[in-house]
Design a binder for this molecule. Sequence first.
Ligand SMILES: NC(=O)c1ccc[n+]([C@@H]2O[C@H](COP(=O)([O-])OP(=O)(O)OC[C@H]3O[C@@H](n4cnc5c(N)ncnc54)[C@H](O)[C@@H]3O)[C@@H](O)[C@H]2O)c1
Length: 254
Amino acid sequence: MNAIYDFSDQCGIVTGAASGIGKALALLLTESNADLVLVDRDKTGLEATVRACKEIRADALLAVDADVSKEQDVNRMVEETLVRFGTIHFLVTCAGILFRNNFTDISLPEWDEIMNTNVRGLFMCNQFVVREMLKQGNGTIVNVASVAGRSISLIGGVHYCASKHAVIGITRHMARELCAKGIRANAFCPGATSTPMIHDNLSADEIKQLKKRIALERLAEPEEQARTIAFMLSDAASYLNGACIDSNGGSVML
Ligand SMILES: NC(=O)c1ccc[n+]([C@@H]2O[C@H](COP(=O)([O-])OP(=O)(O)OC[C@H]3O[C@@H](n4cnc5c(N)ncnc54)[C@H](O)[C@@H]3O)[C@@H](O)[C@H]2O)c1
């Protein structure tokens, strides 16, 4: 993966960095000279990402083992970032979960679990980080939503779909409210991407059928999604605010 943008002198947080899109982004931003705080509740996966990043560049990396649905963990994430780097220039919220249950079979605990990570957790990460960004008068945020937030989910249940619509709503509202204070916020909406979220939830045959609904006839690679997020974070996207960037290979929306 070749770095396109230079994030020297910038420090940012990536949640969900142990796997998939978040891991690919951690590697790309490491190549791009960013000071990075990598966050995930999967400690083993997080350690593997840190090792891979350190093979590219050994310095300026902090790993925080945290569950974004827990207030004290998100507080600790921000505190540890400030202790180590003193500032937060950007935030990318990749941490997310998906369940596939049918509408009538979804229990309230399952509903709450999705919402606690994908919505409440994402909101807390944004709110706690924005409080710091406001002190410095600048910041850039990319919230990872989904094609499911633009239409319906072909994979997840109604709770997943609703959570991703919420991510877009949160992001657009933030963009409007915070832009005068120097903070840009945008939503990134991936289509089916070759990560554990897809491979752990779909059979090989289901993936084959899914590809038929995508104009490019293939899944995205996480590195392709990471490159678009890096653009959204960069100064090249200085006029991008409150946008939803679809990166779905031309999925046929329902
Ligand atoms: N893969 C896809 O096809 C696809 C499509 C659209 C949107 N997305 C979204 O992209 C984001 C990244 O997904 P991915 O495909 O890389 O999935 P993934 O499962 O590979 O990675 C998600 C990461 O988030 C972490 N995580 C989950 N809940 C957490 C929590 N409460 N606290 C801390 N970490 C937590 C997991 O441990 C994991 O490392 C998610 O928000 C997902 O909804 C993925």
